[in-house]
Structures are given as C-alpha cells and as structure tokens.
Design a protein around this ligand. Sequence first.
Ligand SMILES: [Ca+2]
Ligand SMILES: [Ca+2]
Ligand SMILES: [Ca+2]
Length: 83
Amino acid sequence: MLGTACAEPREVVLPPPTAETGPVWEPSADLDGDGFKPSEGDCDDGDSDVNPGAAEVCDDVDNDCDVEVDEGCDDTAETGDGA
Ligand SMILES: [Ca+2]
Ligand SMILES: [Ca+2]
Ligand SMILES: [Ca+2]
C-alpha cells in the first residue's frame, strides 16, 4: 500500500555551501578587488594577483590572463624537476 506515501513529508537535505560551490557567481562583480571584473577579462576573480593588468611572474599561474602561463620565464621549458 502506497496510499500514505504522498502524505509523508519528504526530507530534503540541501548540501551546505562549501568552498567547492563557492559564493553565488556574480560575473559583473570584482570579488577580489583588483579592479578587474570577470567581464573585463579577470580570469581568476578570487585572486587579486591575477588580472589582465598584472605582470606575469614565474609561479605556474597565468597572472595576466592571456591564457599563456609563465610566458617569458626562462626556466619553464621543463615543468618537471629536470634532474
Ligand atoms: Ca577581480
Ligand atoms: Ca600569462
Ligand atoms: Ca605566472
């Protein structure tokens, strides 16, 4: 008998907000306060060191949001330990 099934309150468990889901993504916001919004080319609006106006530094991160990572670095030909 399933006649009472619909009368039972369905337990809905929503996952708590975590770092995985993050805050509600607001494309028009400048979350890291570096002066660049995602709509303006900020490819990591959670890191104020990463934006189109940043200088590329050798840290395995595309600091200036031009897709290329660590361009201009001399020692990035090999990403391994090289030894
Ligand atoms: Ca930003
Ligand atoms: Ca770059
Ligand atoms: Ca870099």
